[in-house]
Design a protein around this ligand. Structure first.
Ligand SMILES: Nc1nc2c(ncn2[C@@H]2O[C@H](COP(=O)(O)OP(=O)(O)OP(=O)(O)O)[C@@H](O)[C@H]2O)c(=O)[nH]1
Ligand SMILES: [Mg+2]
Length: 279
């Protein structure tokens, strides 16, 4: 897993690894260029100045501390419900497919297309379901997304499915009708399972860097996101934005998307991440 991480992070690594043995002003420049942002760069530099000792080690420890936010507890009643939301093109469909594939190695999973907005959304997800060799609940364009989710959870119960993955329609955080639909999906889940979605995750395109914080905040306020997935991390030079994103939102990063293939996802671990960054 470490190797996969290293390869996928090569862009970010190119930048961070230069901090090894660098002086403090170089570190400042590196952090700012990686889109860590002024606030968190200052915070990290203050710690380095205060601690003395090995600069690289302090830097690594500080980044781990900043990324180490508590992860949500997954309930013990099946099906575990995992819902993924996000703006258009942020990687929701690809991500639910990758996750279903990952989980299917250990348990019975079900993919659910609750995107009833986009043309051919079900067809797209069906292709992924075949690739991952997992079951799917499809839907029709214009169908009520809440009803699709209701049927899917009923089916999951009848078939003793362990975990279901719900793909939702892409929306701008400013589109209130679509935001209402997400709330409705969440209400339907909560009616059928009092604890609500076990994971209510937001996909964020890592290339947006710090610019993603405002839109993410709106999703968080509206539908109570409890974990983040940074997608397209393989191509970004703004990987340092992961620090302001999760700290401003006070949400842990749970996965990183690192490519377009079905295996291109990594469960996020702050230590492994930082080790790979500084390789
Ligand atoms: N390089 C790279 N590309 C990705 C990653 N995740 C998704 N993509 C690409 O991003 C594009 C959009 O992905 P989708 O999964 O369709 O995004 P979506 O959020 O479902 O899009 P809508 O349903 O239209 O809102 C596709 O071309 C994917 O191949 C990733 O981790 N790395
Ligand atoms: Mg989609």
């Amino acid at each position: 897993m470490f190797n996969k991480f290293k390869k996928a992070l090569s862009k970010a690594t190119q930048l961070f690894s230069r901090a090894r043995g660098a002086c403090i002003s170089d570190v400042e420049e590196i952090l700012l260029r990686a889109d860590v942002g002024v606030k968190y760069t200052e915070l990290i530099l203050q710690k380095i100045k205060k601690n003395g000792g090995d600069l690289t080690e302090t830097l690594k420890n500080e980044i781990v501390n900043l990324l180490n936010l508590p992860k949500p507890q997954i309930g013990t009643t099946n099906p575990v419900v995992i819902m993924v939301s996000g703006v258009n093109g942020s990687g929701k469909t690809t991500t639910v497919a990758k996750l279903a594939n990952l989980y299917s190695k250990k348990e019975k999973v079900l993919l659910v297309c609750a995107d009833t907005y986009r043309d051919a959304a079900s067809e797209q997800l069906e292709i992924w379901a075949k690739r991952a060799d997992v079951e799917i609940v499809t839907s029709q364009k214009g169908q009520d997304a809440g009803a699709v989710v209701f049927d899917a959870i009923s089916k999951a119960r009848a078939k003793s499915i362990d975990t279901i993955f719900i793909d939702t329609a892409g929306r701008l955080h400013t589109r209130s009708d679509l935001m209402e639909e997400l709330k409705k999906i969440k209400r339907v889940i909560t009616k059928m399972k009092a604890t609500g979605p076990d994971l209510n995750m937001l996909t964020i395109d890592a290339n947006l860097g710090q610019n993603s914080i405002q839109q993410a905040r709106i999703f968080t306020q509206e539908i109570g996101i409890n974990g983040l997935i940074l997608t397209k991390f393989d191509g970004t030079a703004k990987g340092g934005a992961i620090i302001p994103i999760c700290n401003e939102l006070r949400l842990p990063v749970l996965y990183l998307g690192i490519g377009e293939g079905i295996e291109d996802i990594i469960e996020f671990d702050p230590h492994a991440f930082v080790e790979a960054l500084f390789e």
